[in-house]
Design a protein. Structure first.
Length: 379
């Protein structure tokens, strides 16, 4: 897994590639997690230092770990590990915007220019032509700032990372990087995953409410659901305990030295991917979201109205969540997320009753798709 793919640019579309394959016998695995456990162990054999996963199925919970959370001491991973969840943050941001729409404070058909005048402009970019909906489903055409070559050199390579790992970047800084590039396409005419979209979405939340997106997520989602392991660290460089170390090759190759990248300033991910959580909290969030506890029916339907996600045959993209079809025919909603040394995913059945959340504490190997297929399709 190339480092740039493993970071915030990673999406549920990447997960869908791993899920494509020959058809299996249809039907979920039920309470037998043997295939899931085997897939976790296989990820460690493939080179991931350690993995942690938790399944919530109705009223029962099952957790498993494999490998280590600290390569130096050999300390194993824990089911209670907190970790950086990367782009899984996007579902929380989208939920807040949809709640604001339900309250009549904005419309997803509003333009970006209405709420953020003068922010999206230059080099053919025009915020007056882009809707909030197009931000959330990645049809805006706005360039993905994490794909900028200078940004990649500064934050995704070994020399750059260790020089810049504690840099603070504002949302405006990140959007400004994207504005140095022409749009990828005219708004609404195609699809391309862009972290810039969700940085802008976070800025809109602040403009509408007068509070940061982090404050709104805490007040509207984290506190009501009692997600005690979930936080938005802002510029804090550490991960709260209990947690494991995070490791990366910091290179485009999957070989070579392994570096401890646990400490970093997550402001480079902003509202596109700064969140920290654990597997149990992610399961609880998806259960509440898909179970209709966070959004009225109208807004949940909007979130689940999808567009083709590039050329993926198995995934369509909604508003911060993806519609995923497994090889055995099972349908899931979910997302994955990557940031330095941390690759995560959460998926759930449409009713939210059966969910799986897991994390690899390495960003260069491991088959996330096999873990999902193991849980929901069986051996």
């Amino acid at each position: 897994m190339a480092v740039r793919t493993a970071l915030m640019a990673a999406t549920a579309v990447a997960l869908s590639v791993a899920l494509a394959g020959p058809a299996l016998a249809a039907g979920p695995a039920g309470n037998d997690h043997t295939a899931t456990r085997e897939a976790l162990r296989a990820a460690v054999q493939d080179g991931v230092p350690g993995v942690t996963a938790t399944v919530r199925d109705g009223g029962t919970t099952w957790s498993a770990t494999a490998g280590v959370g600290n390569l130096r001491t050999g300390k194993p991973r824990s089911a209670d590990d907190r970790y950086r969840v990367g782009s899984i943050t996007k579902a929380f941001v989208s939920t807040v915007l949809l709640q604001l729409e339900a309250e009549g404070r904005l419309s997803l058909d509003d333009t970006v220019g209405k709420w953020l005048p003068g922010v999206v402009e230059g080099n053919g970019n025009d915020g007056s032509e882009i809707t909030l909906r197009e931000l959330l489903n990645h049809t805006s055409g706005i360039f993905n700032y994490t794909a900028d070559d200078d940004f990649g050199t500064a934050y995704f390579t070994k020399d750059g990372f260790f020089q810049h790992r504690y840099d603070t970047k504002s949302a405006a800084d990140l959007v400004a990087i994207a504005m140095t590039h022409k749009p990828d396409f005219a708004p609404g005419t195609s699809w391309n995953y862009s972290n810039t979209n969700y940085v802008l979405a976070g800025m809109v939340i602040q403009k509408v409410t007068g509070h940061s997106y982090a404050t709104e997520i805490r007040d509207r989602i984290i506190n009501p659901l009692h997600l005690r392991a979930t936080s938005l660290p802002g510029t804090k460089v550490t991960v709260p305990s209990p947690s494991s170390h995070a490791y990366s090759k910091l290179a485009e190759e999957t070989t070579g030295p392994t570096y401890d990248v646990t400490k970093l300033n997550p402001s480079i991910a902003s509202s596109a991917g700064e969140m920290i959580s654990d597997s149990a909290d992610l399961d609880r969030f998806y259960g509440a979201l898909l179970g209709g506890k966070l959004l009225p029916a109208k807004q949940l339907k909007e979130m689940q109205t999808t567009v083709p996600a590039g050329d993926s045959p198995t995934t369509r993209y909604g508003l911060g969540i993806s519609d995923i079809k497994l090889p055995c025919g099972v349908h899931l909603w979910g997302h994955d997320g990557g940031i330095h040394g941390s690759s995560s995913a959460v998926v759930a059945t449409p009713d939210g009753r059966h969910s799986l959340a897991f994390n690899f504490n390495g960003d260069w190997s491991g088959d996330a798709g096999a873990v999902v297929v193991g849980e929901f399709c069986g051996a």
